[in-house]
Design a protein around this ligand. Structure first.
Ligand code: NAD
Ligand code: ZN
Length: 381
């Protein structure tokens, strides 16, 4: 089968690989119909996630058709159209039972790591992902969800990660009616977080990025205020001025580690900070939230991170909340929001590129070429 093949930092290509097989009675084999490239894939692509092995296939956002089922999967049928949450979760461990599907202990028992994630290195369980014609789906009785009749595949694939992550970012912010929310990062996740902030009653939503075209997109899609931090002497001072000197009620970090390092490098030219693991988006979030405010972090970071202004967290009494999204927990209400037209996630998809051209697809998304917000890889049918 054709599959994306990681060859080393910033080198990916489409190659023939062996077909996946059922390895466990709860497995399914899914024939992939859509798979996305995510900002999280860029951390892998740039070589910033430990234990990302050459030969791995990335891809944790995908839809497909059930091709084969293990004998213990009774809730699905061969031929079902499914969307598959990016979390691999057993549904039975202590964490899954609490709705923390992103922290499943069976899918990845390393105590300090996330749960299992498709195509996300051996630190997330070492599973191959869905940027391929076929993928093995473990615990298939838990994750894969039948796509409601009539739902567009482009909407469905956005329910595997972007919609739940954006929604959870807003949810973790504990937004109260009338709150001012500042979202750092106008990638797909930040844009969705901004849009979802209104659902929680925000009174004002502001999004910050360095890419004008993304800010323009965010303004239209999420109906929010937008600012380019490259035009600010100091983003924290700027946000304070916007918020009566008090700071925002809620700040959302939808940037993550090296994307932020990249931004810092743009401003200061100091590569060393990036190498040390910098976090400008997170720093700005912590420094510009008001006393007693909440900082919600969905941006992805490596195992360690320097330069977090912990003194400000303590002294300002900030609540810092963070996690991988728990897709399965959120799916019922988010499927409804998509069906009712409250969220129209497929509008974020700017690029549809054949899987054969995966190398170009990564370059376009990573380098933010050609107005790219979200890229979907189309598998040959
Ligand atoms: P993306 O790379 O497309 O977007 C990141 C955006 O941040 C870019 O537009 C970039 O210009 C901007 N940026 C860089 N530095 C910034 C700064 N200092 N302040 C403000 N903006 C800055 O990525 P995405 O797909 O939108 O994902 C965003 C983050 O969310 C990534 O870190 C990704 O790994 C993470 N993520 C987390 C989860 C989860 O479950 N927690 C799920 C999906 C994605
Ligand atoms: Zn993703």
């Amino acid at each position: 089968m054709l599959a994306m093949n990681y060859r080393g930092p910033q080198r990916v290509r489409a190659d023939q690989k062996p077909m996946p097989e059922i390895l466990h009675p709860r497995d399914a084999i899914v024939r992939v119909t859509r798979s996305c490239i995510c900002g999280s894939d860029l951390h892998l692509y740039n070589g910033n996630v430990p234990d990302t092995r050459v030969g791995t296939t990335f891809g944790h956002e995908f839809t497909g058709v059930i091709e084969e089922l293990g004998p213990d999967v009774h809730n699905l049928n061969v031929g079902d159209r499914v969307l598959v949450p990016f979390n691999i979760a057993c549904g039975q461990c202590a964490f899954c039972k609490k709705g923390l599907y992103g922290n499943c202990h069976e899918a990845n028992s390393q105590a300090t790591a996330v749960g299992g994630i498709f195509g996300y290195s051996h630190t997330a369980g070492g599973y191959d992902g869905g940027q391929a014609e076929y993928v093995r789906v473990p615990y298939a009785d838990i994750g894969p969800t039948v796509i409601p009749p009539g739902m567009d595949l482009d909407d469905a694939v956005m329910l595997t990660d972007v919609v739940p992550t954006g929604y959870q970012a807003a949810e973790m912010g504990g937004i109260q009616r009338g709150d001012t929310v500042v979202v750092f990062g106008a990638g797909p996740i930040g844009i969705m977080a901004a849009r979802c902030s209104w659902l929680f009653g925000a009174g004002r939503v502001i999004i910050i990025d360095k890419e004008d075209y993304r800010l323009e997109f965010a303004k239209n899609y999420a109906q929010c205020e937008t600012y380019n931090f490259l035009s600010m002497a100091d983003p924290v001072v700027f946000i304070k001025k916007l918020t009566d000197s008090l700071g925002a009620d809620v700040c959302i970090d939808a940037v993550g580690a090296e994307a932020a390092g990249d931004a810092l490098q743009t401003i200061t030219g100091r590569k060393t900070l990036l190498q040390a693991g910098s976090a400008t988006g997170l720093q700005w979030a912590i420094n510009s939230v008001k006393k007693g405010g909440i900082v919600s972090v969905v941006g992805v970071y490596g195992p360690t991170l320097n330069l977090v202004p912990m003194g400000n967290v303590v002294n300002k009494g900030i609540t810092l909340r963070a996690n991988q999204a728990s897709v399965k927990r959120l799916l019922p209400r988010l499927i409804e929001h998509v069906q009712n037209g409250v969220l129209k996630p497929k509008e974020l998809i700017t690029h549809r590129i054949p899987l054969e051209e995966v190398s170009d697809a990564y370059r376009i998304f990573s380098d933010k070429l050609d107005g790219c917000i979200k890229t979907v890889l189309i598998t040959p049918s």
